[in-house]
Ligand binder design. Structure first.
Ligand SMILES: *Cc1c(COP(=O)(O)O)cnc(C)c1O
Length: 342
């Protein structure tokens, strides 16, 4: 990131942009272009609606981020339907089918990994259903699951797949990456009021020249290139395996200490663990000890399940060493709080 900044219309930039493209396409599992947006994920989550929703969008809702996407749809002036599930429950593909069968919708939003509840949705099953409805453009958020497990965009038939830099990719915040199918581009061409900053066709036209529509955060694209070097040096399969292994380590800790997983059985995320605080520990006090004694923190729960849950991430760059250390720190802090576990 300390590489001196060059102009975003320079040959140096085109070289940088084009150098990350093939590896991004491999990670997205796509032959479509992967666009780079200087925004956090919400920019593209909002922008995607502006590009593809003409009639009405169906928002699958089962946690803080997916619930908010419904609110954002309405704030963009879109007709929006709410398909609600209890937090911690997965999106039910049959319910998606019933709702899409009304014929009211031309787009669908799904969050693959609902980070607020640590719940991973059955993406392949949801997309199999969505593809029964040719008019429906699918928008899938993979912010906290991208590169933690295979999410082959083209094979699954995802139209718009997006991720952000600061979660599963463990980069600093500020970038979003997204890939758009031809079907979605065709839809966008017929939608008015796409705006400028997130207009898919602006991205496509500039992509063909190895550039972005407006000035991008070039230091972060250098960081992205460096991260891709790391990911491919480790190997994609090894990266996926590492996420599974470290996630199992956390699950084992949770169960052996007498805690429970928050998500419905079979739908726990592989990139983070949302723990039900069934032992009713003081999570804020726990974090205070973790921070002062071990210079680390965990998440104390999100939104309406704050305090009732806590979350432990194993995404991105975590290793056996860092996760083992974190779990040992948790044990020490719980002992200091005189909490009896296990
Ligand atoms: C964090 C997160 C977002 C929002 O990302 P921003 O970078 O704050 O825009 C969206 N979706 C999911 C699943 C997330 O975890």
């Amino acid at each position: 990131m300390t590489t001196p900044v060059f102009g975003h219309r320079s040959a140096d930039f085109v070289e940088l942009y084009q150098s990350v493209q093939p590896r991004l396409q491999e990670l997205f599992g796509t032959a479509d272009p992967v666009f780079i947006s200087t925004s956090s994920a919400w920019g593209v989550m909002e922008g995607a609606l502006r590009n593809v929703t003409k009639k009405k969008v169906l928002n699958c809702m089962s946690g803080a981020f997916s619930d908010k996407w419904h609110d954002v749809s309405k704030r963009c002036g879109k007709e929006a339907g709410a398909l609600r599930f209890e937090w911690g429950q997965p999106v039910d593909p049959e319910a998606v089918r019933r709702e899409l069968a009304t014929g009211a919708y031309d787009s669908l939003t799904v969050i693959h990994n609902e980070t607020s509840t640590g719940t991973m949705n059955p993406l392949a099953d949801i997309l199999t259903v969505a593809r029964e409805f040719p008019e429906v453009i699918t928008i899938v958020d993979t912010v906290s699951s991208f590169s933690a497990l295979p999410i082959p965009k083209d094979e699954l038939g995802i139209d718009v797949m997006l991720t952000g830099s600061q979660k599963a990719l463990a980069l600093p915040p500020g970038l979003s990456l997204f890939s758009v199918s031809q079907r979605a581009l065709d839809r966008a061409a017929n939608v008015n009021d796409r705006g400028y900053y997130f207009d898919f066709h602006e991205f496509l036209a500039n992509h063909e020249k190895g550039m972005t529509p407006s000035t991008p955060v070039i230091p972060l694209i250098h960081a992205l290139r460096s991260k891709l070097d790391d990911i491919f040096a480790e190997g994609i399969d090894a990266r996926h395996e590492r996420h599974r292994r470290l996630n199992t380590l956390v699950h084992d800790w949770v169960k052996s200490r007498g805690f429970e997983l928050f998500p419905a059985p079979g739908f726990a995320s592989v990139s983070l663990t949302c723990v039900r605080n069934n032992l009713e520990i003081d999570v804020a006090a726990l974090n205070k000890i973790l921070k002062s004694k071990f210079s680390c923190v965990i998440d104390g729960g999100y939104g309406k399940i704050k305090g009732k849950t806590f979350r432990i991430s194993n995404m991105g760059d975590e290793t056996d060493e860092t996760m083992t250390q974190l779990l040992a720190n948790l044990d020490s802090a719980l002992a200091e709080m005189k909490v009896t576990v296990g």
